[in-house]
Design a protein around this ligand. Structure first.
Ligand SMILES: [Zn+2]
Length: 89
């Protein structure tokens, strides 16, 4: 059985990414997310990502923004046409 040492001093199973005693994240986990007990709200407190992984992530994000922009363009065009039809200018 493998363990990792939590900063609170307890041994935690290697399978779990969060210390069951103090809810601290396992060191080296890509994102540190503090979830409030009900799980509905998530607060990101830190973001630790290797440089190349970050580059890939931002490239993916930029590419994903293209269909998002097209969707917004169509939405605004439809909305604008509706307003133009309703207003007698
Ligand atoms: Zn702990």
């Amino acid at each position: 059985m493998e363990y990792w040492m939590c900063e609170c001093g307890k041994k935690v199973s290697a399978n779990s990414t969060v210390c069951p005693y103090c809810r601290t994240d396992k060191p080296g986990v890509a994102t540190k997310i503090q979830s409030v007990s009900d799980g509905a709200r998530v607060v990101v407190t830190d973001f630790d990502m290797p440089f190349l992984s970050m580059v890939g992530f931002i490239m993916k994000w930029a590419l994903a923004s293209i269909p998002a922009l097209i969707g917004l363009f169509v939405l605004f065009a439809v909305f604008g046409a509706a307003i133009k039809a309703l207003l007698p200018l």
